[in-house]
Design a protein around this ligand. Structure first.
Ligand SMILES: [Zn+2]
Length: 299
């Protein structure tokens, strides 16, 4: 005959198991209810697009280590009391899941949130250029002006959502395509988009900002570049006439110039670029535009 103790032992084990299960369930639900101090939006993104960073705690920078480039961007305190920043995913980044680490001013890690970068295929496109147009090259001074603009990140936020289209025309050539000039690979990607526009059509600032470049370039033609603040910049090329001066504060929708075909262009159009913390981003992620390509018929 079994003793009372022997009979009770399995019951005790079962009770202990049940109790630990209940405790674990409570712990899990408590953890799920606790909102993380920082978020990334979206959590999964194609190459060439921008991740919005947001923290309830004072995070002043965030770091993404998506091979081959580790990238650190600044976050800024907003009027709403939180901290926000923009993390660009470059066309040359590797797909995969990577943590974005949020850091305080003293380097303390405040949060780590995973970002999934999706595989993205960019097509190849050939551009026919007249020999004298193809031969145009940037001078070292021009390169320096562009790099200085691209690398600057200013503290004041002038821009707000949504951005407006600089021109109503459809998109002739999308962002990210691998470019060939007269059939020869250039090793360059199309770092902006080309929009159709009649010669002389007005071009508008996509957001408020400060004009940082107004000048003709060999390759880019008549150019205006605007710093919208806190890591967002735009640049408008090949213009026939420029309608702003250096240092101008423009509002969203202000006319900054007119469509032309100056520089390395094979006809009148607007090429424009979005830089997020110095990295070219897909403008069609920021502004809704139609493609000029006829929709494919179902056969
Ligand atoms: Zn272009």
């Amino acid at each position: 005959m079994k003793s009372r103790e022997q009979l009770h032992r399995p019951l005790n084990v079962l009770t202990a198991l049940l109790l630990s299960l209940v405790a674990a369930t409570f712990a899990a639900s408590a953890g799920a209810q606790q909102t993380p101090p920082c978020t990334v939006k979206p959590a999964s993104i194609p190459l060439g697009q921008t991740v919005r960073l947001r923290c309830d705690v004072p995070a002043t920078s965030a770091r993404l280590d998506a091979h081959p480039s580790a990238r650190t961007v600044r976050l800024f305190k907003q009027a709403s009391g939180d901290w926000q920043g923009l993390m660009p995913v470059a066309v040359e980044d590797s797909s995969g899941t990577y943590p974005i680490e949020f850091l305080a001013a003293d380097g303390t890690k405040l949060a780590s949130v995973n970002l999934t970068i999706r595989k993205t295929i960019f097509p190849t496109q050939n551009v026919s250029l007249a020999p004298q147009i193809e031969a145009l090259h940037s001078t070292p001074d021009e390169m320096k002006t562009l790099t200085t603009f691209r690398d600057a990140v200013s503290d004041v936020k002038y821009w707000d959502d949504p951005l407006v289209a600089p021109l109503p025309g459809c998109v002739i050539s999308p962002f990210g395509v691998k470019r060939l000039h007269n059939g020869k690979p250039t090793g360059e990607i199309h770092a902006g988009i080309d929009q159709r526009g009649a010669p002389g059509a007005p071009i508008r600032a996509v957001a408020a900002g400060v004009v940082k470049i107004v000048q003709p370039f060999n390759v880019l033609g008549g150019t205006v570049a605007i710093d919208h603040g806190q890591g967002l910049e735009t640049m408008y090329l090949h213009m026939s006439k420029l309608n702003v001066v250096l240092g101008d504060h423009v509002k969203k929708g202000d006319v900054i110039g007119y469509v032309g075909s100056t520089g390395r262009a094979n006809g009148p159009h607007l090429h424009w670029v979005v830089y997020v913390n110095g990295v070219p981003q897909n403008p069609q992620h920021w502004v809704t535009l139609k493609s000029c390509a006829a929709p494919k018929k179902k056969s």
